[in-house]
Design a protein. Structure first.
Length: 422
């Protein structure tokens, strides 16, 4: 039986694309052996176009702001469809620093943000602790980005699974072996057990492995590579929130973030490591994250450490995603390469993919994600797929950088779990 669309990858991006496409009246199959168990299970859930803005990436700002503005409606529609609380909280984000160098870095960042028309408010040490009493008295200065919000990615994935099923998405818990095409036209996919799923369109949302699936012509492979990230989950024993606002901090020139949950959990992250497809959790990264987080909020020493996890962000040469049709293979739609903004850009990506599948015109903000943009044309494409379970050597350091921290991580091989960032 043919379907209109096969979506490869059951992370937040793939699930959202499938849901939107089904709501648009298309017959949709989604393929993933364990939906939501990869990137989206690891993501912190920051929706942070203001505090994530990075020197040299300001051309992406229109896309990230549009992504943030899409979240309230997306969250409302998904909550109405399922009754789930997605943990969407418009509480803002604090960016804080400790020493003189941190203060200078924050001042430069504020000037840069102001040049871009972004609204931030400078706060003194006392004002910061009035908002968040658990902050260390050593925090000297900070910025409040009121338009940077947060969401609970695991709740979003759970809701999308329910909403997709109710909208008619057929979930196939299996792994994709190959993209099938004839005469430069997509025909569907072949699973690892040899079965074929016929479809007129294929949406490739396989995260860091998107370029390694068999059957992809070199000219259609997205220039995506894995970027490892490690992060921690802590929990207050009494279940009360440790923080009420997301806090991002510069500590000894390293960047760390702390994202609260309503039930007393606290997500701490994250490293940035060029380690190939390795997802080993290392003692060094765990130690650095805990040390830096305790410098910001000394009370975390009393929290329970419930998870230490690692994943892979799908990253491109210019750190912008790859969303759209390819010029070399008809019927293939790419939805990958979201780097640290997978959760932030999930709603706008899903809307754009649904538009492409139904012949509508996607938002102009997606120009920055064009698969045929100049920044990607000269980039090398992977020509071989790593063997299932292949791991690179263990990371020697965490490679965290100031002034911005990373927000999302994504992992899993399409042979194992075709996920995309969360």
């Amino acid at each position: 039986m043919n379907s209109d669309v096969v979506v490869v990858g059951g992370g937040m991006i793939g699930l959202a694309c499938a849901w939107r496409a089904a709501r648009a009246g298309l017959s949709v199959r989604l393929v993933d052996p364990e939906p939501g168990r990869g990137a989206s299970n690891v993501a912190a859930g920051m929706l942070a176009p203001v505090t994530e803005v990075t020197y040299g990436e300001q051309e992406h700002l229109g896309l990230t702001i549009a992504g943030a503005r899409a979240w309230p409606t997306f969250a409302s529609e998904l909550e109405d469809a399922t009754g789930y609380d997605l943990g969407y909280r418009p509480t803002g984000t604090l960016l804080v620093g400790f020493d003189r160098d941190d203060a200078e870095a924050l001042a430069e960042l504020r000037a840069f943000q102001s040049e871009l028309g972004l609204r931030v408010t400078a706060l003194r040490s006392r004002e910061l602790r009035e908002r968040e009493p658990m902050l260390s008295p050593r925090v000297r200065t900070g910025l409040l980005a009121g338009e940077d919000h947060r969401v609970e990615p695991r709740a979003v994935v759970a809701a999308l699974l329910v909403a997709g099923e109710e909208a008619g998405v057929a979930l196939k818990r299996a792994s994709v072996a190959r993209l099938d095409h004839v005469d430069d036209r997509v025909r569907g996919v072949t699973l690892t057990d040899g079965r074929r799923l016929r479809a007129d369109e294929v949406v490739l949302a396989a995260g860091a492995w998107s370029a390694t699936i068999d059957g992809l012509p070199d000219s259609a492979k997205p220039a995506v590579r894995p970027l490892k990230g490690q992060l921690l989950h802590l929990r207050a024993l009494d279940g009360r929130p440790v923080l009420h606002t997301t806090v991002r901090a510069l500590v000894r020139h390293r960047s760390v973030y702390l994202v609260p949950r309503d039930d007393g959990r606290l997500v701490v992250g994250a490293s940035q490591e060029e380690r190939g497809f390795d997802t080993t959790v290392t003692a060094g990264a765990t130690r650095e994250l805990l040390d830096d987080a305790a410098s910001v909020v000394p009370g975390i020493d009393e929290l329970e450490l419930t998870e230490s996890i690692a994943g892979l962000r799908p990253t491109t040469p210019d750190n912008a995603p790859v969303v759209g049709r390819t010029s070399s293979l008809s019927g293939l739609v790419l939805a990958t390469g979201h780097h640290r903004n997978g959760v932030l850009l999930a709603p706008i990506t899903a809307a754009a993919v649904a538009d492409l599948l139904t012949g509508a015109e996607p938002t102009a903000a997606l120009t920055a994600a064009d698969p045929d943009r100049d920044a990607l044309r000269a980039a090398p494409r992977p020509r071989s797929r790593p063997a299932p379970g292949l791991q690179a050597p263990r990371a020697a350091n965490t490679g965290r950088h100031a002034p911005t921290a990373t927000g999302t991580v994504t992992d899993h091989h399409p042979h194992q779990d075709p996920e995309v960032n969360t």
